[in-house]
Structure formats: C-alpha cells, structure tokens
Design a protein. Structure first.
Length: 367
C-alpha cells in the first residue's frame, strides 16, 4: 500500500510545523498537554487533516485518540495535521499534505466539484443513516397537507405554500433553508428576488414568496435550529410551515414532548404532517442533507489504502473502544462506507438553484 510518497514528504514537514506551531495544546483544568506527534517514517504514515480546537478540557475528545486507534488497526503511523478552517483541510488533501480530512457537506461538495476529492466514508447520524431528509412540516388539517394526501393531481401542496409563514432553522441551514429553497427555486415554485449570484438575495426571496413574517432566526434566538423551527410552527398553526429534518417531530414532540408542542392548534404528534414524507413509502421530502464525509484525493492515495481505511473504520463500528473514539472525537456512532456520488450527488443538484450558493460555500470553506 502506498500513500502520497515523496511528492508530499518535504511539504508535510514544513506545513505541519507551521500550522502546529508548538506541536501541542495545553488542556484545561490542569489536564495533560494534548500533543500531535509527527510520523517518523513518512513512507508508512497516514496524515489526517483535522479542524482542531485550541484546547481540550477532556483529552479523550482530542483527534489524537482517533490517530492512535487507527495506528493500531492499520499497523502504521498516523499523525494529526491540525488546521483552523475547511479551506485548510481542502488545500491539505488537494495538494497531498494530508491524506484524509473531515468536511461538512457543503465544503465537501465544493471540494468534489472543483478538485475531484472523493468520499471515503461518512459520519452516521443518531439513527445510523449518513443523511437527514429535508421536510416541510405542516398541520395535518392545513390545505397544504390535504393537497398532499388527496389523489387529485390538480392540487399541489408546494404551490399552496406561497403566502404562508415559513419557519427556517437559520439563514443558511441545509435542511431548514438550502435544500427546500433550492428545490422550490429549481422546480419554479419560487422566483429569486435580487441578484441571482448573491447569497444575500435568499432572505429577500423567502420573504417575498412566503411572508414578511417568515422566521429566519439568528443564532441563540427563540426559533433557531430544528427545535426553534418546529416551535414556530406549533405556536403559529395552520398557515405556518416548518422546514426541518425528518426526525424533528419525534425528537421534540414525541414521547417526551416540549411544553410548547401542544399548546396551540396541535394537540398530538399525529397533527404534524410532512409534505412528500408522511404516509409516503420512501418519501424524502426535498431530498437528503449529507452528513460530514471523510475526503481523500485519489491522485495521492491508491485503492489498496482506501480499502484498508474503510475496513479499519468498519472494524471500529463494531468495536466498543472504536465506538467510544467515534463518540468522543467525532460525536458520531460510526462511519458509513459510501460513494461520492451517492453521498453528495443529489445534494449538489438540489441546491444549485440557491442564489450565490457556489460563492457562499467557497467563502465558507475559506473560513
């Protein structure tokens, strides 16, 4: 098995030294220093680009734990290449300074489209999937739900969303904004307002199509994130829409419902209806929001090494110690082996209609 070899050997020494500065971070509360030792043998070394914290109060959360565990499974040295942005991870993997790196869905899609980086594996969600479905949640007695449930092709639940009050998770969340808006723009339900190449046009587009009172919450506010989007719907009622992921309703209004779930027109979990999802076999709503994938560059990593890594991650999925490392370091129950096209292909297609999306992800990746 070969990695990037001598092509990146000298670069690795220089770049790792520059980024690491001191090679370690001091832990809080008197914990031992978190060190990122470099490989002694570059020809038998795996380098992981990782967006590391400046310090860890619990050293078990340090990515070095992942490196040490993989080293035992692969019978080779594994080092962490700490960086401070998605852009640095993309550049490290693109140019062979690192062999693999974790990215969020948007940055991964950008790295695939622009530099042909590939997915080696992807983090699992709490239910074992490597994605969430983006859903429009409404009241089951609303005209939108009724149009979705009837057998009349002349009634269109998506067309009926115009003029309703939309509840988003944030200004640029995947399930709560980018996927539903990308889908509706691409399918000509929504017309972009303003500059089609500027991401700031998205808010104007939302309020023009839905309502001036639509919720596009800032961080930390009442209706922020999935919980906030659903609360906005629950408190709003029939003419409101919550754009969120598919587990949102059972998570917050299921067996142990939040206080706000059933104080208005919603009286039970059954009152929530997912457009294109509830009562539909294999319904995916607006499509899949991918989890964070682990990316690699096929120009620097051969098939044998890819297979060895995938086997190692699969072994960790079924091992108590491996699962503990996943949980502590990555906050995931495991990694799923999946192809680039299966993980990122539909996501990119669905969000292409969002104004300025390519420029946004490029800027986001640069951090």
């Amino acid at each position: 098995m070969t990695l990037s070899g001598s092509v990146r050997k000298s670069w690795k020494i220089v770049m790792v030294s520059m980024v690491m500065l001191s090679g370690s971070f001091a832990g809080c509360f008197g914990s031992d220093a978190v060190e990122y030792p470099k490989c002694e043998d570059d020809d038998n070394c795996l380098t992981i680009a990782f967006e590391a914290k400046e310090e860890y109060s619990n050293t078990e959360e340090s990515p070095q734990q992942l490196a040490d565990h993989l080293a035992g499974l692969l019978d080779m040295e594994v080092e962490i290449y700490p960086v401070t942005s998605s852009a640095a991870i993309i550049e490290a993997v693109r140019f062979g300074h690192a062999d693999i790196g974790f990215l969020d869905g948007g940055a991964a899609w950008l790295s695939w489209q622009n530099y042909d980086l590939q997915v080696l594996a992807a983090e699992q969600k709490g239910d074992g999937r490597a994605y969430y479905n983006a859903i429009a949640w409404v009241h089951k007695d609303s005209d939108m739900a009724q149009a979705d449930l009837d057998d009349d092709n002349s009634t269109d639940p998506y067309a009926l969303m115009a003029g309703k009050t939309s509840c988003h998770t944030s200004a640029l969340g995947s399930s709560g904004m980018l996927l539903p808006m990308g889908w509706m723009i691409t399918n000509e339900y929504v017309e972009v307002q303003g500059d089609a190449d500027d991401i700031s046009s998205l808010g104007d587009t939302v309020r023009h199509h839905f309502s001036e009172n639509s919720s596009i919450p800032d961080s930390g506010t009442k209706y922020h994130k999935y919980q906030g989007s659903l609360r906005c719907l629950a408190e709003g009622g029939m003419d409101y829409i919550s754009f969120a992921k598919d587990p949102t309703v059972p998570t917050y209004c299921g067996d142990e419902p939040e206080d706000w779930c059933f104080e208005g027109e919603f009286t039970s979990t059954e009152d929530f209806h997912g457009i294109g999802y509830s009562g539909t076999e294999n319904g995916e709503g607006f499509g899949r929001a991918p989890s964070h994938p682990l990316m690699y560059n096929p120009d620097y990593m051969d098939d044998a090494m890819v297979t060895a890594l995938q086997e190692a991650f699969t072994t960790m999925n079924g091992d108590d110690e491996g699962q503990e490392v996943y949980d502590n370091v990555l906050s995931t129950p495991g990694l799923t082996i999946i192809s680039t096209e299966d993980h990122l292909g539909t996501y990119g297609t669905l969000i292409e209609g969002v104004p300025g999306i390519q420029a946004y992800f490029a800027e986001k990746a640069e951090g």
